[in-house]
Design a protein around this ligand. Sequence first.
Ligand code: BDR
Ligand code: CA
Length: 316
Amino acid sequence: MHKVIFDTDPGVDDAMALLFLERHPDIELLGITTAFGNASIETTTRNALYLKQQWGLTAPVSRGSSEQFDPGRKPHPFPAHIHGDDGLGNIGVPDVIDLPLDPRPAHQFIIDTVMANPGEVALVAVGRMTNLANALKAAPEIAGLVREVIIMGGAVDVPGNVTPAAEANIHGDPEAADHVMTAPWKVVVVGLDVTLKTTMSRMELAGLAKQGGAAVELLDRLSQFYIDFYDGEVKDSMVVHDTCACVYLVARELFTTRSGPVRVLTTGIGEGKTLQKPDGHRFGPSEWDGKPSQLVCTDVRADALMALVKKTLVRQ
Ligand code: BDR
Ligand code: CA
């Protein structure tokens, strides 16, 4: 069993990823920690509670930070044109969900859960990396106790999606991302290099909704606004960024990876850019020296990945 804490900013593609984690037989979801990003922390936390309620999830939800890792950094506007004003495709999520939150802030939930399960927990982070960076700052020793950190974020050998350089999850909190990438734990970067290859069409999702019960029907409904947004890029389809990262947990053989330390640019026109120094290349002294080698996904067998996603989403 893969024990997982899911750090997320739901978010339409986050919602699909959450259902994938819940329905995969080899994954045990220990907790859901929320990040701001696709919407404010109030909205993404409310959405996590909504999905927990609708899908009958047992994992606790813990609310994340409302501020970037560097509190002096100016926040970016939320992408309501991609995920809707409510973060879930404008389906009319109730303002208040009558479910309790875990009393601990997300970073403390992460620390406590990792310490209670030494060497066993994977952190799958598909939003800003703020909570992970805060957990490391408060308890650096967790780096040696986490099994691995899988992130959806970054654009290493391809253009970004917020600027020519930067992908949204990194751009939204670059200091946090750099802290996470350079910590002494094992990070796997599942960025736009591979996630843009993993798409699901409107028709495929409608087909799954017929087989997967009320949970997939809700997923289908909340995804329509997001599919409309992505329609310009991938015809009548959605990019399944966050689910792609979750698949790495259970089917890493589908990915091609490259190892080497990763740094994040935190200033200048390349702000939010993820840069890897590939192992085995010779360079002069640089800011990558002495940092741990991490894995960057450079390619993926997209058809096999999507087949696994579809099969898993309709399991009941
Ligand atoms: C990432 O940004 C968000 O819009 C998505 O949920 C995904 O995590 C893609 O750049
Ligand atoms: Ca996300």
